[in-house]
Design a protein. Structure first.
Length: 255
């Protein structure tokens, strides 16, 4: 019985080594295949690597995902036709090592600076103001912005909120009087989501109020802090940079 066990173990080991050897032979052949060589060369030219975020204390400047060629899948797509075909290239997303996908502990100070874009935010909290002129001007100029709205304003002005969304602008939660309350944040989120049909997943906390931050964290909402908060023209010229988050109080902004 013992000898049979030893014999069986030896046979299994031999088979395992055979599989490993065979896999290495096929792998070596694949790597030297002209099609694979073209895929690898294409990959070197086309890969866009991810950019890691910049973290400074409790603040983060966002990185960005990359997109790279999956050489094995691309090769397998082409080998049956025995020729390189750019249309059969397979890409995969490559995320940075540090992301905010599953963490809410940072204040987002800026977006990624690799693209020359900024985020413009208008804060709405004054129930007595008429924002029709602002919306008309933004629409004519084709300026894309986001609106963070006070919960009380939203409950009294749902029609204007629908108009904001129908014109293609994003709508987010500004809390109540700039404070995110654990009981009321869900009320505003539910109303926003019924209007936008999207998750309400952002807070704006320029004062860095820690109690509000904790409320947003528990609701799995990322917290923004403005790079430039209601800047003057000179401040805007001096502080403007790619990825900046620029916020204005809509009731005071003269457009």
């Amino acid at each position: 019985m013992f000898k049979k066990t030893i014999k069986l173990a030896g046979l299994l080991m031999l088979l395992l080594l055979s599989f490993i050897y065979t896999d290495r032979v096929f792998s070596s052949a694949r790597e030297s295949d002209p099609i694979m060589l073209e895929v690898v060369n294409y990959k070197k030219k086309k890969d866009v690597m991810p950019i890691e975020p910049t973290i400074n204390g409790d603040e983060i400047i966002l990185g960005t995902s990359g997109i790279i060629v999956d050489t094995k899948k691309s090769y397998n797509n082409m080998k049956d036709n025995d020729k390189f075909d750019e249309e059969k290239i397979v890409y995969e997303n490559k995320t940075p090592k540090e992301t905010i996908i599953n963490t809410y502990k940072y204040y987002i100070r800026k977006g990624n600076s690799s693209k020359k874009r900024v985020a413009i935010i208008f804060k709405i909290r004054d129930d007595q103001k008429n924002y029709s002129n602002l919306l008309t001007t933004l629409n004519k100029k084709e300026i894309k912005v986001s609106f963070f709205v006070d919960g009380t304003w939203l409950s009294n002005n749902a029609d204007t909120a629908f108009k904001i969304v129908n014109q293609g602008y994003e709508l987010y939660n500004l809390g109540y009087n700039g404070v995110y309350d654990k009981k009321m944040v869900s009320v505003t989120n539910n109303l926003i989501e019924s209007i936008t049909l999207k998750n309400s997943n952002l807070c704006l906390n320029d004062n860095k109020d820690e109690d509000s931050k904790k409320v947003c964290d528990k609701k799995r909402m990322h917290t923004l802090v403005s790079t430039l908060n209601s800047p003057s023209i000179s401040e805007l010229k001096e502080g403007l940079s790619p990825g900046a988050i620029i916020s204005y109080d809509a009731s005071e902004f003269d457009i």
